[in-house]
Design a protein around this ligand. Structure first.
Ligand code: PEP
Length: 253
């Protein structure tokens, strides 16, 4: 039985004090949730302060990005060693904003996934199509390409330690969520790709999250779908009440 997972991607928001306050509020309200995995992804500057708030709780910490080498002359970059050192369990890799604004390619994403796994981090690998690609009927082709190249040379043990977030780009930050039916169709397709490459056991246990304007008003429908195992939440994770409601609804209450 796959566990549900709700992850809050704070993107480039929250000063240290604001981040600590948000994490405190979330921790207090969600401390009894045990049916759902919960993780917060603050900006780098707030990772350690947030770690101090949630370290003995049921909430895990994650980072939004990392480099694929562990040390060296990479000015401005962050090593997986530092991310582990600071207390992170998860790492978001290949978010569409990084693909778009920082030219991240599937090849780079593949290197990052491999390094993250070497450091025992759980990568949350983001896949998703643009509106133009969807309208041209290319969604599955795009997702398959991102999957095949992103997961290149990973074996089934490595794949089983990885999570995918299906995030249609046209639904991110736009308020335009994919309907549960549209999201489920692609989640099922992704699970099929995992099965083809890694077998039924890996596919059955593989967590696939949905991301794209998830809020308390639409989580119920999404979470009821067979292949949707939770959500990567952006905008709504910055508001404590919204994020708390999303987790509680996912937990069935
Ligand atoms: C995201 O940042 O991954 C995301 C899905 O954002 P939003 O929920 O704001 O659409």
């Amino acid at each position: 039985m796959r566990r549900k997972f709700i992850a809050g991607n704070w993107k480039m928001n929250k000063t240290i004090e604001e981040a600590k306050e948000l994490a405190e509020e979330i921790k207090t309200e969600l401390n009894e949730i045990d049916k759902v995995d919960i993780a917060l992804f603050p900006p780098f500057t707030a990772l350690y302060p947030v770690y101090e708030v949630i370290k003995d709780s049921n909430i895990a910490l994650g980072a939004q990005n990392m480099w694929y080498e562990s040390k060296g002359a990479y000015t401005g970059e962050t090593s997986p060693a530092f991310i582990v050192d600071i207390g992170c369990k998860y790492i978001i890799i290949g978010h569409s904003e990084r693909r778009k604004y920082f030219n991240e390619t599937d090849e780079l994403i593949n290197r990052k996934i491999k390094t993250a796994l070497e450091w025992k981090l759980t990568p949350i690998v983001c896949l998703g199509e643009t509106l133009e690609q969807r309208e041209k009927g290319e969604t599955q082709k795009v997702i398959e390409h991102q999957f095949n190249h992103g997961f290149m040379d990973l074996d089934s043990v490595q794949a089983s330690r990885t999570t995918i977030a299906y995030e249609p780009i046209w639904a991110i930050g736009t308020g335009q969520t994919a309907t549960p039916e549209i999201a489920e169709q692609i989640h099922k397709f992704i699970r099929g790709l995992v099965q083809k490459e890694y077998g039924s056991q890996t596919a059955d246990n593989f967590q696939i999250l949905y991301g794209g304007s998830v809020k308390p008003e639409n989580i119920d429908g999404l979470i009821q779908e067979l292949d949707i195992d939770g959500a990567l939440v952006g905008g709504a994770s910055l508001n404590p009440k919204s994020f708390i409601d999303i987790v509680k609804k996912t937990s069935g209450g």
